[in-house]
Design a protein around this ligand. Sequence first.
Ligand SMILES: [Zn+2]
Length: 194
Amino acid sequence: MNIPFNVMSASDPNYKCCRMLSSSNNRTKVPTHWHRDLEAQIAGKACLRHPFASGCDPSPVHVDVGICGTPCHPFSTQRAGRFEPGSVEAHHECDIALGQFIRWLARFQPSVQIFEQVMGFTMPFTKGGSYTPLQRLKELLQQQTFQGGGYWLVTKNLDMRIWLAISRPRRKLLLVSLSLPGPRINAYGAWIRA
Ligand SMILES: [Zn+2]
């Protein structure tokens, strides 16, 4: 689309994997700082590219667009016992989506935020229940105080078979700051205020 951008920072525990992805997709836009995880990025700790620095500033200027794809294992229907009571919450990676991501969003407050998860994120915590991780996420968002008043929240279903010969359905959340002008609302159809 030829829209100029810079990646101020990114985070993932697997630096080699992310270097490969980054260099494969856009060699000229390697993140300036690569943090070990979301908490290290929030805290501005020395990153994996500059391990001897006293710290690395993850966001020298305001973030226009943030993208998070938190681990899917707690929510995936492919995991044995996914719908057993307490199973999702007990998973060691559950807090990344429903804890760390909220703190990350509150810290950086991008104008537009994309959050990607598997379809299981929108399914009930327990078999026969109705309360979902997505509902929990909305409640947590409502408890935060954001500049500009908060975010408009849109959910979109995506399936990787649009691009490849495999089907990997995903749910994408799009959060747009309320401080941005209104016409954007029309571009995405039905909006739900978080
Ligand atoms: Zn750094």
